[in-house]
Design a protein around this ligand. Structure first.
Ligand SMILES: [Fe+2]
Length: 185
């Protein structure tokens, strides 16, 4: 590899409290209308559709989506619910089965993980708690608190995002409000 085509190191400031990233290469913003089918309370979806709230956004560092690369993102899930179901990410499998590293940095959240054969695990991710998602586990993050839930994710550049299988089959469990807390139902 010559100096001309050698990739340069990248340094990025991550605001662990707010989720801001500087610099970032792209930002993903998901509103309710991007994932309305994910929520089970259809009347609540209809009631919120006019406002079309931002559910979450993610800042991604300028790393190529290629094999051997480690892409990293800061994701901020807003606090809120659609009916009794907390704001959450769409959730996905990786196209190329591969692990993902998560680190909670602010707020109160949980990660729902599920294999293609339907095995489910849910892990809480308070600030400072790392969760490793092994290859073959779909993953969805949920804000179960009243403040923005912020986390760092690191995944392989060639992982790819298979959202379609989750849109079709969903997750076997939902994270639902239960008093001041939550339950997995
Ligand atoms: Fe992922």
């Amino acid at each position: 590899m010559t100096l001309e085509n050698l990739q340069l190191p990248l340094a990025t400031m991550l605001d662990l409290a707010s989720g801001d990233m500087d610099p970032y290469a792209l930002v993903v913003e998901r509103r309710l209308s991007h994932m309305a089918e994910a929520y089970h309370d259809r009347a609540a979806v209809t009631a919120a559709a006019g406002e079309d709230p931002v559910i979450y956004r993610a800042y991604e560092a300028d790393v190529p989506h290629e094999a051997s690369q480690l892409v990293y993102r800061m994701t901020i899930i807003e606090p809120g619910r659609i009916g009794d179901e907390f704001y959450m990410t769409k959730g996905h499998h990786h196209v190329v089965d591969s692990g993902e590293f998560y680190l909670g940095t602010a707020g109160t959240g949980a990660v729902v993980m599920q294999t293609r054969s339907g095995e489910v695990r849910v892990e809480e991710m308070p600030p400072g708690r790392a969760v490793y998602v092994p290859p073959g586990w779909a993953h969805r993050s949920v804000n179960v608190g009243t403040e923005p839930f912020v986390f760092l994710a690191v995944f392989f550049g060639n992982a790819g995002h298979d959202y379609a299988s989750i849109e079709r089959d969903g997750f076997a469990v939902r994270v639902l409000a239960d008093g001041d807390g939550y339950r997995v139902g």
